[in-house]
Design a binder for this molecule. Structure first.
Ligand code: SF4
Length: 366
């Protein structure tokens, strides 16, 4: 998907000597994945955004799925959605621009209610987050009284507000087991990702009730895809996101969140690796691990790709679109996130013993 639409190209900012002086050091970091001719389009926006950030005391939170010109060009904090919101809460910035999707901007607002949170494009949604509403969760609670509700962070503020405790893709097993113990139940509601729930169910004795949500990027991967990648790339290490279907994870060497995968590559430095997740992530991780060869099947998230440099610049110039959440919902949605953060979790990722038992040691430290 192009980073610039036709309209933007007609009004592209000029690539001047001043822009070059402000951005050459950034280009040195991304030159392996962005051709110079393309960089000349990005650089003026990067320079303008970085100037405006200083002027307005703003920070940009760049999710791992952002394209490299955003991730490395203007991002002040990079990582998964929860890491980003936690970093933002520690910063003294007045304004947060979320280079990610809407539920991530909501999470930032929940953890930083006093700051102005902007999302550059209101269409940056998420198939998983939009699969369930707060009303749906209330109905589930009526159907399963006394059963704790564990909610993946990839959900709206309304859904979090109905939740007992949140989880991420890396700590879901431990959070589910903790919730069952705390509530004295043998069953936990884990929503909304049916595949994450099935993958968790395979690793615990707790009974899981789930929802039929799915990530439109990860649900498309198949076990056949993985077998074909292995056939074409002997010795390749396969890292898969837990939002993938269980038969995909069964074919992988390791399953972990975007941060878990990134940590794996940094620590293990495999010769050849494939990340079974959104494809911009491979570009970003590859730039930090130049000795590792990346096989790159590409499933793009259309929602993440709504976020562009011109859109971020426009957001900072116009202060649109501000994320607003009812203060009462903020209060209720913050509690399950804080409960998760307060847990003394030890095993931060899921992994496949069948293929790579040694990764357990790495994940215990991640
Ligand atoms: S990659 Fe999947 S979970 Fe993430 S924003 Fe896109 S659709 Fe949602």
């Amino acid at each position: 998907m192009p980073a610039f639409g036709d309209e933007t190209l007609k009004t592209a900012l000029p690539y001047t000597d001043a822009v070059r002086a402000k951005t050459d050091h950034i280009y040195a970091r991304v030159a392996d994945v962005i051709p110079e001719i393309e960089w000349r389009l990005h650089a003026p926006y990067i320079a303008a955004i970085n100037d405006l950030k200083k002027e307005k005391n703003a920070v940009i939170l760049a999710h791992n799925y952002m394209t490299p010109e955003i991730f490395y060009g203007v991002g002040d904090f990079a990582g998964d959605s929860l890491q980003l919101a936690k970093e933002a809460a520690k910063s003294d910035a007045d304004i947060i621009v979320q280079a990610g999707v809407h539920f991530m901007a909501e999470t930032s607002k929940i953890l930083c209610p006093e700051k102005t949170v902007l999302i550059p494009d209101l269409r940056a949604g998420c198939s998983l987050a939009s699969s369930i509403t707060g009303a749906d969760v209330r109905l589930m609670k009526q159907k399963y009284p006394g059963v704790p509700v564990v909610t993946y962070v990839n959900t709206t503020a309304d859904v979090k507000a109905e939740t007992d405790i949140c989880c991420t893709s890396s700590n879901a097993v431990e959070v589910v087991e903790h919730a069952a113990k705390e509530f004295g139940t043998d069953t936990v509601i884990l929503i909304p990702d049916q595949f994450l729930a099935k993958n968790v169910a395979a690793m615990t004795d707790i009974k899981i009730v789930t929802w039929a949500g799915a990530c439109e990027v990860h649900e498309r991967f198949t076990a056949d895809d993985i077998r074909e990648i292995r056939e074409g790339n002997p010795g390749v290490v396969v890292l898969a996101h837990p939002e993938c279907p269980p038969d995909v994870l069964a074919e992988a060497d390791f399953a972990g969140s975007t941060s878990g995968m990134s940590n794996y590559v940094k620590e293990k430095q495999p010769d050849n690796v494939v990340l079974i997740t959104e494809c911009s992530m491979s570009d970003n991780v590859a730039l930090e691990n130049p000795k590792v060869n990346f096989v790159r099947p590409c499933n793009l998230c259309p929602h993440m790709k709504r976020i562009t440099l011109p859109g971020i610049l426009r957001a900072l110039q116009t202060m649109e679109h501000e994320v607003e959440i009812d203060p009462e919902i903020i209060e209720r949605a913050r509690k399950p996130i804080e409960r998760m953060i307060a847990l003394p979790l030890t095993r931060q990722s899921m992994y496949n013993h069948a293929h790579a038992p040694e990764v357990a040691a790495i994940e215990a430290r991640a």
